[in-house]
Design a protein around this ligand. Structure first.
Ligand code: AMP
Length: 443
């Protein structure tokens, strides 16, 4: 993904280049190569960058450079608005990583944690503030924060902020900032709403559009299993066991489903934890850190909780269900294959999700590859007919995934989900499904 141009060619301060190199990066990614020199000129900029492209550094680096050249002050001179707390923490970390050889101070404020602790940090004076709009408006309303000295405003993942209903909050924040400032906007899409937002608060922005912002990194292979809803837990568990996968991110649509799926996987001897917005901020951060540090294998997450997750070398994302909004699919699978690494995204699609699948394929402008269900020693488990009405398939006796025989009854108590005797925890299937050996996979 990166090109041969060295970071030193972008006009950045030596101390920043040193920090970037220490972070392990020698060459800018395409969005960085385009956005950094432009942002350094002080012009307004709107960039469409798909997730995982290195877009964060494409605004943190020029901001650090520009602030380092200004006279030091204890006032907020750069503000980055982000849709979620996770992204706020990630962006703040990025400022700290790249700004470690400078004296620039950064802080992040977001909801769900004690506001007084955050105000305490701000009192000491920060140069860069990363904030979710809701918490910042709260602070502005209580007159705890001044934006009079603001010189640079960034809207990161602007499309997502609009999706989450932050338009009015953004408006309110902008009203509190000086009109003379640089504006940077990053968004996965340039929808009508985004263009309107840019029109409302930017001045003749330079546009940077990388090729199809709605297609996930092309290093991610994308496929799906057509399955019945009732079989999803069993298939998910079987795939994880069979593939002997460690570090899998599983997406679900609801908080309830996140808890349930993590629970079901744990019952099958898979080390899984759930992350969603009902969990305390402390718990979310700890769960995420534990996942990054390989303390458990499978993280089950909702879309909002997963925003901003930056996990290096995440090889696999599984969509336990498809998101209602096609763009969320791109964000979900963007968690793998980051910064040029190879990744794989698998979706479990039930007949009712056929329309959602069509929407996704239309957005990413390519079909997802169909995976045949795994082949087992005693017979083949046939994929559900995706065209068949759900009512026809729902109550059929499904074949037992492990024996290939029809299931006797649905899950109850300690029995496995299809009524069969469960394998001991952690055991892989006797015969690896052909899909993993590559024999049955369609090319
Ligand atoms: P982002 O799109 O900002 O979330 O970044 C995605 C990933 O790319 C993060 O893990 C970054 O640390 C990483 N990254 C950022 N810049 C570079 C670079 N120039 N070369 C390689 N990886 C990078």
């Amino acid at each position: 993904m990166s090109n041969n141009l060295p970071f030193s060619a972008l006009g950045l301060d030596e101390l920043l280049i040193q920090a970037v190199n220490e972070a392990g990066y020698q060459n800018p990614t395409p969005i960085q190569a385009k956005a950094i020199p432009m942002a350094l000129t002080g012009r307004d900029l709107m960039a469409s960058a798909q997730t995982g492209t290195g877009k964060t550094a494409s605004f943190t680096l020029p901001i650090l450079h520009r602030l380092a050249q200004m006279r030091a002050s204890k006032a907020i001179r750069a503000l980055v608005l982000v849709p979620t707390r996770e992204l706020a923490i990630q962006v703040d970390n990025s400022f700290q990583t790249y700004g470690k050889h400078t004296a620039i101070k950064t802080a992040a404020v977001y909801g769900g944690v004690d506001i007084d602790d955050q105000l305490q940090v701000l009192k000491a004076g920060v140069d860069v503030l990363v904030a979710t709009p809701g918490r910042l408006v709260d602070m502005i309303n209580r007159k705890h924060i001044q934006l009079d000295s603001l010189r640079i405003l960034v809207l990161d993942e602007a499309d997502r902020m609009l999706d989450l209903g932050f338009r009015d909050d953004i408006q309110r924040i902008v009203q509190n900032a000086p009109t003379k400032r640089q504006n940077l906007l990053f968004s996965a899409t340039f929808s009508k709403d985004i263009k309107q937002l840019a029109h409302d608060f930017m001045r003749h922005p330079v546009k940077i559009e990388l090729e199809n912002p709605n297609s996930a990194a092309n290093t991610v292979s994308q496929s799906f299993y057509p399955v019945d809803q009732q079989d999803k837990p069993e298939i998910l568990s079987y795939l994880i066991h069979g593939g002997r996968w460690q570090k899998v991110l599983v997406f679900v649509r609801t908080k309830k489903a996140a808890n349930k799926v993590a629970e079901l996987l744990a019952e099958d001897g898979i080390n899984a934890q759930a992350i969603h917005s009902d969990k305390s901020q402390y718990l979310r951060i700890r769960t995420l850190e534990d996942f990054k540090d390989n303390y458990f294998d499978v993280l089950v997450a909702t879309d909002v909780a997963a925003r901003g997750l930056d996990i290096e070398q995440l090889p696999l994302v599984i969509n336990y269900d498809l998101p209602k909004v096609p763009q969320d699919y791109v964000h979900r699978i963007g968690r793998t294959g980051r910064a040029g690494q190879k990744g794989r995204a698998i979706s479990l699609v039930n007949p009712e999700e056929k329309k959602l699948l069509a929407g996704i394929q239309q957005l990413i402008k390519k079909p997802l590859e169909i995976e045949p269900l795994p082949y087992f020693e005693d017979g083949e488990v046939r994929p559900a007919e995706i065209e068949e009405p759900v009512s026809k398939t729902r109550n059929k006796r499904k074949p037992d995934l492990k024996t290939g025989k029809p299931a006797i009854k649905q899950r109850s108590g300690n029995k496995s989900r299809n009524g069969s005797t469960r394998k001991p925890s952690g055991t892989a299937p006797k015969k690896r499904p052909a899909v993993f050996s590559g024999k049955k996979r369609k090319s």
